[in-house]
Ligand binder design. Structure first.
Ligand code: F6R
Length: 249
């Protein structure tokens, strides 16, 4: 696991978007896995900027998002699909036919999850998966539990996740469940980039980097992947020792 410390969120966005853009310039039909939430927003802005400056085209990029709330249609402004449209897909030349999402509105969640797993495999797997991390150590919506799940599944969101994300929903209308890629899906991606900023992430980052590999801190499983880069600011890295950052850079 490579840990990188940055001075600002803007510097993280420049570094992460640079990796994603170079990937697409080298392989225009790259398969990219995306996350939602506040962590990747500036990275998406930088990708849009690069597109507008004519440095990159995303028209052949195939995308898979990590997760989607249950019970929301794509047109619901609080859905993760809508989030991706407004922050990235709708601002650049991504093609709808290349965009893949778990169907949180599916009548049969299990079938939707199985279909997503097949779609990822049919695309040849994910070249680069972007991740954030929850304050409880979740990645995607893999909440702390007693086992790691392999493929996509329906999850009951943890109270800390509802506390963190409730602000995006009117009148506490946040869904209790979501569909998420499993830990196995995330580990099968060839390269992983994780962004964490702010003090609220410091404990989870410490557990991810220094703790035992346990489903009680789902992100700790990233210790077992051979190509993970973690992008931190001073606050999220505040519970790591300086030598942790140096040794792993
Ligand atoms: C969302 C996702 C989540 C978020 C995490 C952090 O697609 O995968 O794991 O990355 O909840 O959210 P933010 O970035 O809002 O702190």
């Amino acid at each position: 696991m490579q840990l990188k410390l940055f001075e600002s969120e803007a510097a993280i966005a420049a570094a992460v978007s640079g990796i994603l853009i170079r990937q697409v310039q080298t392989k225009p039909a790259s398969v990219l896995g995306f996350a939602t939430g506040s962590s990747p927003v500036k990275t998406y802005d930088a990708m849009v900027q690069a597109y507008q400056n004519g440095l990159v085209s995303f028209r052949d990029v195939v995308t898979f998002n990590l997760d989607e709330y249950c019970g929301l249609s794509k047109t619901d402004e609080t859905s993760y699909y809508a989030f991706m449209q407004s922050h990235l897909f709708g601002r650049a030349d991504f093609q709808q036919k290349n965009i893949h999402f778990l169907d949180g509105n599916a009548v049969h969640a299990e079938a939707a999850c199985a279909a997503y797993r097949c779609e990822i495999a049919a695309a040849g797997g994910i070249d680069i998966q972007l991740l954030g991390i929850g304050t409880n150590g979740h990645i995607g919506f893999n909440e702390p539990s007693d086992s790691f799940s392999d493929g996509p599944f329906q999850v009951h969101l943890a109270q800390s996740t509802k506390n963190a994300n409730g602000k995006y929903f009117k009148d506490g209308a946040m869904p209790d469940t979501a569909l998420t890629m499993g830990i196995g899906d995330i580990l099968r991606a060839r390269k992983l980039l994780l962004i964490a900023t702010g003090e609220s992430k410091a404990k989870a980052i410490r557990a991810m980097v220094k703790g035992e590999v346990t489903p009680l801190c789902p992100a700790s499983v990233l210790q077992t992947h051979s190509d993970v880069t973690v992008f931190l600011d001073a606050q999220s890295a505040s519970l790591l020792a300086e030598e942790d950052l140096w040794q792993r850079n």
